[in-house]
Each structure stands twice: as structure tokens, then as C-alpha cells.
Write a protein that binds this ligand. Structure first.
Ligand code: DGL
Length: 269
């Protein structure tokens, strides 16, 4: 048993798709969420910058005495080097492993597509993990640089014409697959829109949900679950206006912000 919080982070609001599932699956857990809303998007940045930001946030979360760190961000998950992860004093997971395992289990044909940010797709992390789990898999990978910023800007309704047009443009070259990994945690916010564009017969893998399922299994196996005496709950830290985070999460994404939101100056990280 371990009553310390779980630390979850993302470049912005996307990681809330994982928080939503974590709260559903593990209601007794306390969650500290960090959304780097002042520096989002990460997906078009260089590797060194992404690693630098991720390390700063991890340091911040460790100061909050978390028992596990969850990079609820496809971009960080596919960029953070093994040596940084190995040196962490607490357990860690990104989204790549859990999402790829779900896709490998579900795909009947082995023809799998993954979409994500440019940094994610360029890193080849999803492609490598799928090849390891399912040798012979035929993987199509496509970067979708506009989708996360569209989500951050609240363009998320199922029939939103701008987001639909962008999704159609990106998904056009993806043919003949039975499984599509939403390799960026912002994308589950527009799950229905992507499902419409991908068409029937394509099963979507929600990286936010899969990472939450993994965290539950991992904490259970390691006997690190909270006994609930702290009452669960969330606190949030963001690097841009608190009000903007609150509005995007609650008004547009319909994900309740269940705790205090505090501003952190990224210069102090
Ligand atoms: N939510 C992020 C991801 O999963 C990143 C979006 C971005 O910052 O570009 O990749």
C-alpha cells in the first residue's frame, strides 16, 4: 500500500484523457497533474527541447512526492531516453508500450496504423515497439501536426469542419488497416470524429485509456495502491492562465477539473 499521489503530465490538456480514465479505474488514488499549457505544443519541437521540458516536469512531480510518474503524452513517451527513465527513483510509464500492446492484441490482420505528432512519428518509437511485439506487422505511421493544436483550441465537436478536414487530409494515405493507434493523448478528445473519418472496420486504440489500464495493473501487482484514506482527488499545475485550462478541460472537453488548478512559471522549473 502506498498513499502517495500518482504524477501525470502532458504538454497541455491531452493528458486529461488519461486522468479521466485513471479516476474512473482508481477512484481512491490522488493525482497530481502537470499540463505544460504555456509551452504546448511539443510535437513540432526538437528532441533536446522535449527532453529538457520533460525532465523539468519530472523534477517538479518528484518534489510532490509521487509514487509513480505517467508521461500521458505520446511525444514525451517516444522521445525520453532509456537512461533518463532508468535513473528515476519511482516507477514510470509512457503511453507507447500500453497502446502498442493493446493494438497487437486486437489486430487480426497485423495491419496497424499509428497517428501522432511529428516528433512522435519521427522517433519511430511506436513502429519499433509494434515490430517487437508483433513481428511481421505492417505498420503505417502518419504525423498529424495540426490535430493537437486544434484540440487545445477547443475545435473538438464531432462535426467540426476544420478538424474534420484536417483529419481527412491526414488519414487519406492510411488504407487497409484494422487498427488505428491514437498515438497522441490529445486525439481521444476527438475520438468520434477520427472514428468517422477512419471508417467502419477500423478499431481505434485510445492511448489515454490504455495507459490508465496499465497503471492500475502495475500498482495492483506491485501492491502500491492507495487505501483511499486520503480520499483521492486531483490537483493540477499549468504553465499558462488557469482559466484557459479550466475552460478547455471543462467547457470543451467535458472533463471535470476535480481540484485546485495552480499556475507555475515555467522559468522556475
Ligand atoms: N498530448 C501530446 C502527445 O500525446 C502532445 C501534443 C503536442 O504537444 O504536440 O503527443
Amino acid at each position: 500500500m502506498d498513499n502517495r499521489p500518482i504524477g501525470v503530465f502532458d504538454s497541455g490538456v491531452g493528458g486529461l484523457t488519461a486522468v479521466k480514465e485513471l479516476r474512473r479505474l482508481l477512484p481512491a488514488e490522488t493525482i497530481v497533474y502537470f499540463g505544460d499549457t504555456g509551452r504546448v505544443p511539443y510535437g513540432n519541437r526538437g528532441r533536446d527541447t522535449i527532453i529538457k521540458y520533460a525532465r523539468q516536469i519530472i523534477r517538479f512531480l518528484l518534489q510532490k512526492d509521487v509514487k509513480m510518474i505517467v508521461a500521458a503524452c505520446g511525444t514525451v513517451s517516444s522521445t525520453l531516453p532509456e537512461e533518463v527513465i532508468r535513473d528515476l527513483p519511482v516507477d514510470y510509464t509512457g503511453v507507447v508500450g500500453p497502446a502498442c500492446r493493446a493494438a497487437a492484441e486486437r489486430s487480426r490482420s497485423g495491419k496497424i496504423a499509428v497517428i501522432g505528432t511529428t516528433a512522435t512519428i519521427k522517433s519511430g518509437a511506436y513502429q519499433a515497439e509494434l515490430a517487437r511485439l508483433l513481428p511481421g506487422a505492417r505498420v503505417t505511421a502518419k504525423d498529424c501536426p495540426l490535430l493537437a493544436p486544434l484540440v487545445e483550441n477547443g475545435q473538438i465537436e464531432r462535426d467540426n469542419p476544420i478538424t474534420r478536414m484536417a483529419a481527412e487530409m491526414y488519414l487519406k494515405p492510411i488504407r487497409d488497416v484494422d487498427t488505428l493507434i491514437l498515438g497522441c493523448t490529445h486525439y481521444p478528445v476527438i475520438y468520434d470524429l477520427i472514428a468517422d473519418v477512419a471508417g467502419e472496420g477500423v478499431e481505434l486504440v485510445n492511448s489515454g485509456l490504455e495507459v490508465a489500464k496499465f497503471v492500475k495493473a502495475h500498482l495492483t501487482e506491485r501492491e502500491l495502491l492507495s487505501d483511499g484514506k486520503n480520499g483521492g482527488g486531483c490537483s493540477y499545475y499549468v504553465t499558462d492562465a488557469v482559466e484557459n485550462f479550466w475552460n478547455t478541460a471543462q467547457r470543451y472537453m467535458k472533463i471535470s477539473v476535480a481540484g485546485d488548478v495552480s499556475y507555475v512559471d515555467p522559468e522556475t522549473l
